[in-house]
Design a protein around this ligand. Structure first.
Ligand SMILES: Cc1cc2nc3c(=O)[nH]c(=O)nc-3n(C[C@H](O)[C@H](O)[C@H](O)COP(=O)(O)O)c2cc1C
Length: 222
């Protein structure tokens, strides 16, 4: 497969929820997981483990845990779509339809990667603030994103969920994850059924980048 540039990978790295059952070769897994390990982390502690689940029964149990979580989430999510303009609603409904497919077929993904982080190694510099802490994630989610981008580069699709983290005790028991290690992402990986990737839809940079003070545009809004 022809290499793509980093910027092209970033521009076209979409969530791929329809995956073929074809196995993911070990050498590809090694390549994408190695890319994940190139991520930065606080103090370069590299507090990660990547638990690759290929066993059919364990994947089925992960699906049993995920499906009800997704159904509850998507019910609440779709309840808010009625107020949207028709085009935006149709887009959201397509996304939910594709996410329904992922949830129903989660166990059919050839690989599910459970990304785990070692809590004692995290430097959580915002732990004392009067709001939910977010900084701990900064030492693990760059590795998750490296993994997703590496999938894009080698022609694999990836779909990330953090909903399953709610079932951490069950996942811990299922996969023998030791105490002290937290689950932070579950990724279904495989070759895309169709084209898979394509241009991402995001807010324009003009709306999200500021200069010197909040909401002062860095770039002119055209
Ligand atoms: C933290 C996080 C959690 C997500 N959870 C789910 C999920 O449970 N199910 C799902 O189908 N997609 C999930 N996604 C994928 C997002 O829906 C997707 O990234 C977003 O809609 C943008 O679409 P794109 O990635 O195709 O550009 C999640 C993404 C992130 C970053």
């Amino acid at each position: 497969m022809a290499e793509i540039s980093l910027f092209e990978a970033l521009r076209t790295c979409r969530t791929v929820r329809r995956l073929r059952p074809d196995p993911v070769p070990d050498e590809l897994l090694r390549k994408i997981l190695t890319a994940a390990t190139w991520a930065p982390s606080g103090g370069n502690r590299q507090p990660w483990r990547f638990l690759v689940v290929r066993d059919a029964e364990r994947k089925r149990q992960l699906r049993e845990l995920y499906l009800p979580l997704w159904r509850t989430f998507s019910q609440a999510y779709t309840a808010h779509l009625s107020g949207l303009p028709a085009e935006a609603r149709a887009r959201q409904e397509r996304m939910v339809g594709s996410a329904d497919h992922l949830a129903e077929h989660f166990h059919e993904a050839p690989v599910i990667v459970v990304v785990c982080v070692h809590i004692p190694e995290l430097a959580i510099t915002d732990a004392g603030l009067d709001r939910p802490s977010v900084v701990g994630g900064a030492s693990i989610y760059p590795a998750v994103q490296n993994l997703i981008l590496a999938c894009r580069a080698v022609g694999l699709g990836a779909a990330l969920t953090t909903l399953l983290c709610q079932k951490e005790p069950e996942v811990r028991a299922l996969l023998d994850i030791p105490v002290g290690w937290a689950t932070c992402a579950h990724l279904a990986l495989g070759f895309p059924e169709g084209a898979g990737h394509g241009p991402v839809r995001r807010k324009p940079v003009e709306r999200v980048a500021f200069l010197d003070r909040w909401e002062q545009p860095l770039f002119p809004v055209s």
